[in-house]
Design a protein around this ligand. Sequence first.
Ligand SMILES: [Fe+2]
Length: 305
Amino acid sequence: MITDLHLYARSLGMAGPDFKAELGTGKKMLDISQEINETLAGKLIQDREVRFVIVCGDLTKDGERENHLAMKKLLGQIEASGKQVFVVPGNHDINNFSARRFTGSGSEPVPPVSPAEFREIYSEFGYSQALYSDPASLSYVAEPVPGLWLFAMDSCTYELNNAKLPASTAGRFKPESIAWIEEKLAEAREKNKAVIGLLHHGILEHFSSQKKYFRDFVVDDWEAVSKMFAHYGMKMAFTGHCSAHNWQPGQFSSLTSYVKSLMQLFDGHLLSWIWDSYSSLKYLMVVKTGFGAVCPNPQSEPVLI
Ligand SMILES: [Fe+2]
């Protein structure tokens, strides 16, 4: 599982004061983003144990079409090595009016991608292999190996974006999409399929009151959503969005006799992770928020349920 790759292609420019300022505002390491992502793809290609790769969104810096096409090329190389790849969008990837290129003397807008273009660009990375596709979002169900259904779920709110505001970072499921997901989970249970989840936003709090203080990192109605997933036998979900590396168990067995447990792997920005290690900070399995605060009570070991 990889996430928050935030690819920035060299071809969009890396000169001038605006690019320097952009570099200083975040931890995405845009100047070596392409090298980092190429190295990652190379490692995945060489890893014989990897059978399929899931990508939990934020594939690009800010949804630039050119960056999506560069990511498509890298993911294509992984697939050419015999491994399947499955993606979902992140909040940076679609209808993002911050999409820009750097000209040396400044910066200028470049085309972002629409939901339909995202589906088309990543057709070979989930959408064309889908057993089912949600008509109301970019969610789908695939079967990467026989007996395992992958619920790739679109938790983004890109339909709220416009040129006057920064792209929406919030996560939620549309009512019709959550109904569709529940219908397919019920079918998976009926057919005795194992299920895992893949989405950009968290579906469990990774520290107390996360939804209250960092509301855009966890989907709306997360308690009901995660309980429903657990009810249908989903024992593991993979997410991205927040710069944290943490397994979070969700215990629901006390609520009803039939609700099972759900565990979520909450991964963080690939590039932030590397930045943190370059900065000699403790990074492995230490839970950090995107704002640099160490979360209370970090899980130091993966917890298996
Ligand atoms: Fe994100």
